[in-house]
Design a protein around this ligand. Structure first.
Ligand code: 1HE
Length: 282
């Protein structure tokens, strides 16, 4: 189902250039959803519980990515309160049987797959605790911006459980199996700079600057040709999982599709006619 989210009057608490959405996405109580032109901003909105991810929370995240409003070209996810996300809502885990535990994990997989392999690129803005399922959520996004207050951990080991939200598949692809093993076995916690060096995040900014940086990146991403963004989101990680021979073949097909779109043709012509920007180091 597609719900078009049109613009309504801005609430006092929203930044001046962000507008609330209407329709289905406005009914979600665990997410506050606003838009700034082509960028949808999702705030995890359960600060009293440190944005711990309950079942309804995961379902609401899923709902957004399968009901992306018309005209949205990028998403930014951030967390309300002192922390990005405390991970799985531990109060829901007690006394779950094996069947429902498997189904529960598969529900997280479906939601986070809808983020990673969804319609548009997603920028996560991270601050405070980014732990357990919170790190799994961040790892399903495409760009991660950490404020220097951010810290990363996988306390599943301490809680007697294992990752179940796709972390074992996604996090080693960012930081490597050895580093993830260290976090899980020893309870080690990385600060923002360590997260940057390990490959968990692409940017670190001073506390309080994350939303501005994240929005600037999302707005920039939103200007790309849609098929280029699609190729980066959908083809690149799959090619990385393929053998070199299969990867090169997939790349050729994806490249041919991307360059034959009208958007690509127009952009290539614009450069050749001196109407497009050059590549410069900012
Ligand atoms: C929670 C949760 C939660 C807070 N589930 N309720 N995740 C963890 O093991 C992390 C557990 N949380 C913490 O270590 C800390 O809460 C924080 C470092 C994130 C934040 O500390 P702080 O001092 O700011 O907050 P707080 O006082 O610990 O928590 C405030 C409230 O949030 C409190 O509830 P209250 O009713 O007493 O006010 C906490 O109980 C509640 N809360 N975190 C439930 N996680 C798909 S598999 C994924 C597996 C995992 O994610 S395992 C990792 C789980």
């Amino acid at each position: 189902m597609t719900t078009s989210a049109s613009i309504t009057k801005e609430p006092a608490s929203a930044p001046a250039d962000e507008q609330p959405v209407q329709g289905l996405l406005a009914t979600l109580d665990l997410l506050r959803v606003t838009r700034n032109g082509p960028v949808l901003h999702l705030r995890l909105n359960r600060p009293a519980k440190r944005n711990a991810l309950s079942d309804p929370f995961i379902q609401q995240l899923h709902t957004v990515f399968v009901n992306m409003p018309e005209g949205i070209r990028a998403v930014m996810i951030s967390g309300e309160g002192q922390h990005f996300c405390a991970g799985l809502d531990l109060s829901e885990v007690v006394a779950r049987d094996i069947d429902s535990a498997v189904q529960h994990s598969r529900m997280w997989h479906a939601a986070f797959d809808a983020i990673q392999f969804g319609p548009v690129p997603v920028v996560a803005v991270l601050h405070g605790a980014v732990v357990g399922g919170g790190l799994e959520l961040a790892s399903a996004c495409h760009i991660r911006v950490a404020e220097d207050s951010a810290y990363f951990g996988l306390p599943e080991g301490q809680r007697g459980i294992f990752v179940g939200g796709g972390g074992s598949a996604r996090i080693p692809r960012l930081m490597g199996v050895a580093r993830m093993t260290d976090l899980m076995l020893t309870g080690r916690v990385y600060d923002a700079q360590e997260g940057l060096h390990a490959g968990l995040v692409q940017y670190v900014v001073p506390a309080g600057n994350g939303l501005e940086k994240g929005m600037a990146l999302a707005q920039r991403i939103a200007t790309n040709a849609q098929m280029s963004n699609y190729a980066v989101m959908h083809a690149l990680p799959r090619i990385a999982d393929q053998s070199q021979g299969l990867g090169l073949f997939t790349e050729s097909l994806m490249a041919a599709i991307a360059e034959s779109t009208p958007q690509a043709q127009e952009r290539l012509k614009a450069f050749l006619e001196g109407r497009a920007g050059k590549v410069v180091k900012s």
